[in-house]
Design a protein. Structure first.
Length: 350
């Protein structure tokens, strides 16, 4: 049977998965052999995972920041893509052989964020993607654009969808409008790429000439080194004729949000994506400027499918910094922790 073509061991059929053995850092990752999934039941699909992509939140989870919110004996990583190798009775959304990604929020299909949403999603509230196989509901998978490799497709569920939601889930982004992106992490790079699909003018911040050069290659219209220009909001105003941007994709949190407010035009929008430097506090300037603040919780499956159509139409390719083998997964986390990457760090599973 298809689901038995996994690994044969003298004690039976098994697969390999990473678990969080203990919290406190990357050394808490533990690779184990476990029983292979049972044949998928009604409405379920068995996915052979081919790649998983890392997000900064994985480091926070490993460090124990959200330990009380995580399921016990957790398989980490929210992002992953693979191939459907078996389907249960009544499955209509996908078929054997389809190339799919797993959704970040298993039960958020469409509409407004539901009450009681488990905000940690996959790789936090439920097991993640750093495993050779996953058996999930058919509602938790999305067919990925055919022009993408498994490694590229694995980057979409969290980082890409977060960027898409930041740009257009709470307002219309029109051609010619201006967008500010911060840094070279996965969400920021996707926000740059996707904003260019909308025909936007993009102002990009980063910390080195090398990274800024890469952002220029990806389409950034204005580049600002925030280490040189610590009051970078003034540079944003200067390159937008004193007006500010229409939308800021804010990933920093407490240390950067006030400058983001000052860099955004009167009546503009700030999409709050990350809290890398803690929770923000808003000054009087936020109220005087009449800004709209939207917190981004990745997005739902319908938005994922909308984004995939845009990616397929424009044949957009995610930016991958480096790919690591499954056996070397801890090295991938270490590489991410060093914050020298541009785009996504990916683990090839099989």
């Amino acid at each position: 049977m298809t689901w038995l073509v996994i690994l044969t061991h003298e004690s039976g059929v098994f697969m390999r998965s990473y678990f969080i053995d203990h919290y406190g850092g990357i050394d808490g990752l533990c690779l184990r052999e476990t029983d292979a999934p049972k044949p998928p039941g009604p409405g379920q699909v068995l996915v052979r995972m081919r790649a998983a992509a890392l997000n900064f939140r994985e480091l926070l989870i490993l460090a124990g920041h959200y330990q009380q919110m995580c399921k016990p004996d957790l398989v980490p990583c929210s992002d992953g893509a693979g191939e459907v190798v078996a389907v249960g009775e009544g499955v209509l959304r996908v078929g054997t052989g389809d190339r799919v990604a797993l959704t970040f929020h298993p039960h958020w299909i469409a509409g407004e964020q539901p009450q009681g949403l488990a905000i940690l999603g996959r790789g936090g509230s439920v097991d993640g993607t750093l495993s050779e196989y996953a058996c999930v509901s058919q509602d938790e998978v999305v067919v990925v654009p055919q022009h993408l490799s498994f490694e590229e497709a694995s980057t979409l569920p969290c980082a890409a969808l977060t960027a898409w939601s930041a740009l257009c889930a709470h307002g219309v982004l029109l051609p010619g409008q201006r967008v500010l992106v911060q840094g070279t992490g996965g969400v920021s790079v996707f926000a740059l790429q996707l904003a260019k699909l909308f025909g936007a003018e993009v102002v990009a911040l980063s910390s080195s000439p090398e990274k800024l050069s890469r952002l220029r290659q990806l389409g950034a219209d204005h580049l600002i080194d925030y280490r040189v220009h610590t009051d970078w909001h003034k540079q944003v105003l200067a390159c937008t004729g004193g007006q500010g941007v229409d939308l800021t994709v804010e990933v920093g949190g407490g240390d950067t949000v006030e400058r983001s407010v000052q860099a955004t035009r009167v009546g503009g929008r700030v999409s709050m994506v990350g809290l890398l430097t803690g929770s923000p506090g808003f000054s009087e300037g936020f109220f005087y400027r009449g800004l709209s603040i939207n917190t981004i919780r990745v997005g739902h499956r319908e938005q994922f499918e909308q984004m995939n159509r845009a990616i397929a139409l424009h044949r957009l390719r995610p930016v991958i910094d480096q790919v690591f083998d499954f056996d070397n997964a801890p090295e991938a986390f270490t590489h991410l922790q060093q914050r020298k990457h541009v785009g996504k760090v990916v683990i090839r599973i099989n």
